[in-house]
Design a protein around this ligand. Structure first.
Ligand SMILES: Nc1ncnc2c1ncn2[C@@H]1O[C@H](COP(=O)(O)OP(=O)(O)O)[C@@H](O)[C@H]1O
Ligand SMILES: [Mg+2]
Length: 231
Protein backbone atom coordinates (compact mmCIF):
# COMPACT_ATOMS: atom_id res chain seq x y z
CA UNK A 1 0.00 0.00 0.00
CA UNK A 2 2.76 2.40 1.02
CA UNK A 3 4.70 1.55 -2.16
CA UNK A 4 1.60 2.34 -4.23
CA UNK A 5 1.31 5.68 -2.53
CA UNK A 6 4.94 6.57 -3.19
CA UNK A 7 4.52 5.53 -6.81
CA UNK A 8 1.41 7.65 -7.30
CA UNK A 9 3.14 10.60 -5.65
CA UNK A 10 6.20 10.34 -7.86
CA UNK A 11 4.16 9.84 -11.04
CA UNK A 12 1.91 12.76 -10.16
CA UNK A 13 4.92 14.93 -9.49
CA UNK A 14 6.40 14.08 -12.89
CA UNK A 15 3.13 14.99 -14.62
CA UNK A 16 3.97 18.59 -13.77
CA UNK A 17 6.77 18.90 -16.32
CA UNK A 18 4.86 18.01 -19.49
CA UNK A 19 1.98 20.06 -18.15
CA UNK A 20 4.21 23.10 -17.77
CA UNK A 21 5.42 22.67 -21.35
CA UNK A 22 1.87 22.43 -22.70
CA UNK A 23 1.04 25.56 -20.73
CA UNK A 24 3.91 27.56 -22.19
CA UNK A 25 3.18 26.37 -25.74
CA UNK A 26 -0.53 27.15 -25.33
CA UNK A 27 0.25 30.68 -24.16
CA UNK A 28 2.64 31.22 -27.04
CA UNK A 29 0.15 29.93 -29.64
CA UNK A 30 -2.57 32.10 -28.10
CA UNK A 31 -0.29 35.10 -28.47
CA UNK A 32 0.43 34.31 -32.13
CA UNK A 33 -3.19 33.71 -33.12
CA UNK A 34 -5.22 36.83 -33.50
CA UNK A 35 -7.83 36.28 -36.21
CA UNK A 36 -9.40 32.84 -36.56
CA UNK A 37 -12.26 32.58 -34.04
CA UNK A 38 -12.43 28.76 -34.07
CA UNK A 39 -8.73 28.50 -33.39
CA UNK A 40 -9.04 31.04 -30.61
CA UNK A 41 -11.80 28.98 -29.03
CA UNK A 42 -9.63 25.85 -29.28
CA UNK A 43 -6.78 27.63 -27.58
CA UNK A 44 -9.02 28.95 -24.82
CA UNK A 45 -10.31 25.47 -24.16
CA UNK A 46 -6.82 24.03 -24.21
CA UNK A 47 -5.68 26.69 -21.77
CA UNK A 48 -8.60 26.01 -19.43
CA UNK A 49 -8.03 22.25 -19.50
CA UNK A 50 -4.34 22.67 -18.73
CA UNK A 51 -5.20 24.94 -15.81
CA UNK A 52 -7.69 22.39 -14.47
CA UNK A 53 -5.21 19.55 -14.84
CA UNK A 54 -2.48 21.57 -13.19
CA UNK A 55 -4.73 22.45 -10.25
CA UNK A 56 -5.72 18.80 -9.82
CA UNK A 57 -2.09 17.64 -9.85
CA UNK A 58 -1.12 20.31 -7.30
CA UNK A 59 -3.98 19.35 -5.04
CA UNK A 60 -3.15 15.68 -5.33
CA UNK A 61 0.48 16.27 -4.39
CA UNK A 62 -0.50 18.45 -1.45
CA UNK A 63 -2.97 15.86 -0.24
CA UNK A 64 -0.33 13.13 -0.47
CA UNK A 65 1.98 15.28 1.61
CA UNK A 66 -0.66 15.48 4.30
CA UNK A 67 -2.20 18.89 3.57
CA UNK A 68 -5.96 19.20 3.78
CA UNK A 69 -7.98 20.95 1.08
CA UNK A 70 -8.51 24.66 1.78
CA UNK A 71 -11.81 25.52 3.46
CA UNK A 72 -13.59 28.88 3.43
CA UNK A 73 -16.98 30.54 3.19
CA UNK A 74 -18.23 30.35 -0.36
CA UNK A 75 -21.20 31.43 -2.39
CA UNK A 76 -23.09 28.57 -4.04
CA UNK A 77 -24.08 30.72 -7.02
CA UNK A 78 -20.47 31.63 -7.73
CA UNK A 79 -19.45 27.98 -7.74
CA UNK A 80 -22.31 27.06 -10.07
CA UNK A 81 -21.56 29.97 -12.42
CA UNK A 82 -17.88 28.99 -12.63
CA UNK A 83 -18.71 25.41 -13.58
CA UNK A 84 -21.28 26.48 -16.20
CA UNK A 85 -18.76 28.91 -17.67
CA UNK A 86 -16.19 26.11 -17.98
CA UNK A 87 -18.63 23.91 -19.90
CA UNK A 88 -19.91 26.79 -22.00
CA UNK A 89 -16.53 27.45 -23.49
CA UNK A 90 -16.15 23.87 -24.72
CA UNK A 91 -17.42 22.08 -27.80
CA UNK A 92 -19.01 19.40 -25.67
CA UNK A 93 -21.83 21.69 -24.62
CA UNK A 94 -22.28 23.68 -27.81
CA UNK A 95 -25.82 22.37 -28.38
CA UNK A 96 -26.74 22.53 -24.71
CA UNK A 97 -28.70 25.30 -23.06
CA UNK A 98 -27.89 25.94 -19.40
CA UNK A 99 -30.88 27.39 -17.59
CA UNK A 100 -30.35 29.01 -14.21
CA UNK A 101 -33.18 29.35 -11.74
CA UNK A 102 -31.46 30.80 -8.70
CA UNK A 103 -32.88 31.87 -5.39
CA UNK A 104 -32.67 35.66 -5.16
CA UNK A 105 -30.70 35.63 -1.90
CA UNK A 106 -26.99 34.81 -1.60
CA UNK A 107 -26.50 31.28 -0.29
CA UNK A 108 -23.30 30.90 1.70
CA UNK A 109 -21.81 27.60 2.81
CA UNK A 110 -18.56 26.64 4.47
CA UNK A 111 -16.10 24.00 3.32
CA UNK A 112 -13.79 23.08 0.47
CA UNK A 113 -15.50 24.77 -2.47
CA UNK A 114 -13.16 23.07 -4.90
CA UNK A 115 -14.65 19.73 -3.92
CA UNK A 116 -18.14 21.00 -4.74
CA UNK A 117 -16.78 22.16 -8.10
CA UNK A 118 -15.53 18.62 -8.70
CA UNK A 119 -18.93 17.13 -7.84
CA UNK A 120 -20.79 19.54 -10.13
CA UNK A 121 -18.37 18.93 -13.01
CA UNK A 122 -19.01 15.19 -12.74
CA UNK A 123 -22.80 15.56 -12.55
CA UNK A 124 -22.83 17.84 -15.60
CA UNK A 125 -20.42 15.64 -17.54
CA UNK A 126 -22.75 12.68 -17.04
CA UNK A 127 -25.73 14.82 -18.05
CA UNK A 128 -24.01 15.82 -21.28
CA UNK A 129 -23.26 12.19 -22.04
CA UNK A 130 -26.84 11.12 -21.24
CA UNK A 131 -28.18 13.83 -23.58
CA UNK A 132 -25.74 13.06 -26.39
CA UNK A 133 -24.50 16.61 -25.92
CA UNK A 134 -27.75 18.26 -26.94
CA UNK A 135 -30.61 19.42 -24.71
CA UNK A 136 -31.26 21.51 -21.62
CA UNK A 137 -29.56 21.45 -18.23
CA UNK A 138 -31.41 23.36 -15.55
CA UNK A 139 -29.60 24.40 -12.40
CA UNK A 140 -31.80 25.65 -9.62
CA UNK A 141 -31.10 26.75 -6.08
CA UNK A 142 -33.48 27.32 -3.23
CA UNK A 143 -33.11 27.96 0.43
CA UNK A 144 -34.66 25.08 2.32
CA UNK A 145 -34.57 25.76 6.06
CA UNK A 146 -30.94 25.56 7.20
CA UNK A 147 -29.79 24.17 3.88
CA UNK A 148 -29.47 25.15 0.27
CA UNK A 149 -31.05 22.80 -2.20
CA UNK A 150 -29.16 22.62 -5.50
CA UNK A 151 -30.87 20.73 -8.32
CA UNK A 152 -29.35 19.80 -11.65
CA UNK A 153 -31.87 18.49 -14.15
CA UNK A 154 -31.09 17.13 -17.61
CA UNK A 155 -33.22 16.15 -20.56
CA UNK A 156 -31.20 12.99 -21.16
CA UNK A 157 -32.13 9.35 -21.46
CA UNK A 158 -32.64 8.82 -17.73
CA UNK A 159 -31.81 5.58 -15.93
CA UNK A 160 -33.32 2.28 -14.90
CA UNK A 161 -34.17 1.29 -11.32
CA UNK A 162 -31.16 -1.04 -11.32
CA UNK A 163 -28.76 1.74 -12.36
CA UNK A 164 -30.21 4.02 -9.69
CA UNK A 165 -29.55 1.37 -7.05
CA UNK A 166 -25.92 0.86 -8.10
CA UNK A 167 -24.95 4.33 -9.23
CA UNK A 168 -22.93 5.26 -6.12
CA UNK A 169 -20.99 1.98 -6.06
CA UNK A 170 -17.31 2.45 -6.79
CA UNK A 171 -16.54 1.23 -10.32
CA UNK A 172 -20.17 1.01 -11.47
CA UNK A 173 -20.59 2.17 -15.07
CA UNK A 174 -23.39 1.45 -17.53
CA UNK A 175 -23.85 2.11 -21.23
CA UNK A 176 -20.50 3.82 -21.89
CA UNK A 177 -17.49 2.74 -23.89
CA UNK A 178 -14.94 4.37 -21.63
CA UNK A 179 -16.74 4.65 -18.31
CA UNK A 180 -14.82 4.20 -15.06
CA UNK A 181 -17.60 4.47 -12.52
CA UNK A 182 -15.82 7.01 -10.35
CA UNK A 183 -17.72 10.27 -11.01
CA UNK A 184 -20.73 9.43 -8.87
CA UNK A 185 -18.59 8.26 -5.95
CA UNK A 186 -16.91 11.68 -6.04
CA UNK A 187 -20.33 13.32 -5.83
CA UNK A 188 -21.34 11.16 -2.89
CA UNK A 189 -18.05 11.75 -1.02
CA UNK A 190 -18.23 15.52 -1.55
CA UNK A 191 -21.79 15.72 -0.25
CA UNK A 192 -20.73 13.69 2.81
CA UNK A 193 -17.73 15.97 3.38
CA UNK A 194 -20.03 18.99 3.32
CA UNK A 195 -22.42 17.21 5.74
CA UNK A 196 -25.18 17.30 3.15
CA UNK A 197 -27.71 14.97 1.54
CA UNK A 198 -28.05 13.69 -1.96
CA UNK A 199 -31.22 12.80 -3.83
CA UNK A 200 -31.72 11.32 -7.27
CA UNK A 201 -34.82 11.23 -9.46
CA UNK A 202 -34.69 9.54 -12.82
CA UNK A 203 -36.64 7.26 -15.14
CA UNK A 204 -35.87 5.91 -18.61
CA UNK A 205 -36.74 8.52 -21.22
CA UNK A 206 -37.62 11.09 -18.58
CA UNK A 207 -34.29 12.73 -17.78
CA UNK A 208 -32.52 12.97 -14.45
CA UNK A 209 -32.42 15.32 -11.49
CA UNK A 210 -29.71 15.30 -8.84
CA UNK A 211 -30.44 17.33 -5.74
CA UNK A 212 -27.68 18.26 -3.32
CA UNK A 213 -28.70 19.65 0.04
CA UNK A 214 -25.85 21.48 1.74
CA UNK A 215 -25.99 23.18 5.15
CA UNK A 216 -25.96 26.97 5.01
CA UNK A 217 -23.87 29.10 7.30
CA UNK A 218 -26.12 30.72 9.91
CA UNK A 219 -27.00 34.28 8.91
CA UNK A 220 -25.67 33.67 5.42
CA UNK A 221 -28.39 35.78 3.81
CA UNK A 222 -26.53 38.91 4.89
CA UNK A 223 -23.54 37.79 2.82
CA UNK A 224 -21.32 39.80 5.14
CA UNK A 225 -19.14 36.74 5.51
CA UNK A 226 -17.84 37.13 2.01
CA UNK A 227 -15.85 39.78 0.22
CA UNK A 228 -17.91 42.68 -1.06
CA UNK A 229 -19.76 40.65 -3.69
CA UNK A 230 -23.22 41.39 -2.44
CA UNK A 231 -22.45 44.33 -0.19
N1 LIG B 1 -27.44 12.16 -15.71
C1 LIG B 1 -27.41 10.85 -15.97
N2 LIG B 1 -28.28 10.29 -16.85
C2 LIG B 1 -28.27 8.95 -17.10
N3 LIG B 1 -27.42 8.09 -16.51
C3 LIG B 1 -26.53 8.57 -15.63
C4 LIG B 1 -26.48 9.97 -15.30
N4 LIG B 1 -25.52 10.15 -14.37
C5 LIG B 1 -24.99 8.94 -14.14
N5 LIG B 1 -25.58 7.99 -14.90
C6 LIG B 1 -25.28 6.52 -14.89
O1 LIG B 1 -24.45 6.25 -13.79
C7 LIG B 1 -23.27 5.56 -14.20
C8 LIG B 1 -22.12 5.90 -13.26
O2 LIG B 1 -21.65 7.25 -13.47
P1 LIG B 1 -20.17 7.63 -13.12
O3 LIG B 1 -19.86 7.19 -11.73
O4 LIG B 1 -19.98 9.07 -13.43
O5 LIG B 1 -19.28 6.73 -14.07
P2 LIG B 1 -19.05 6.83 -15.65
O6 LIG B 1 -19.58 8.15 -16.11
O7 LIG B 1 -17.58 6.72 -15.82
O8 LIG B 1 -19.79 5.67 -16.23
C9 LIG B 1 -23.08 5.99 -15.64
O9 LIG B 1 -22.33 5.02 -16.36
C10 LIG B 1 -24.51 6.10 -16.14
O10 LIG B 1 -25.02 4.85 -16.57
MG1 LIG C 1 -19.16 10.03 -15.22
Amino acid sequence: METNKTFIKQFTHDMKSPLATIRVVTDELKRQMTTNEDQKECMMLLGLSVEQLNTLVDKMLKKMNGYEEKTSYFDIHEVLDTVVKEFNCGFQARAVVFKKIYDHIPLICFGASFRLTQALRNIIKNSLEAMDHSGVITMSTMRDGDCVSISITDTGKGMSEETKKLIFTDGFTRGKKNGHGIGMTIVKDVVDELHGFLDLESAPGKGTTFTLKIPLVAGSETASLLNPIYN
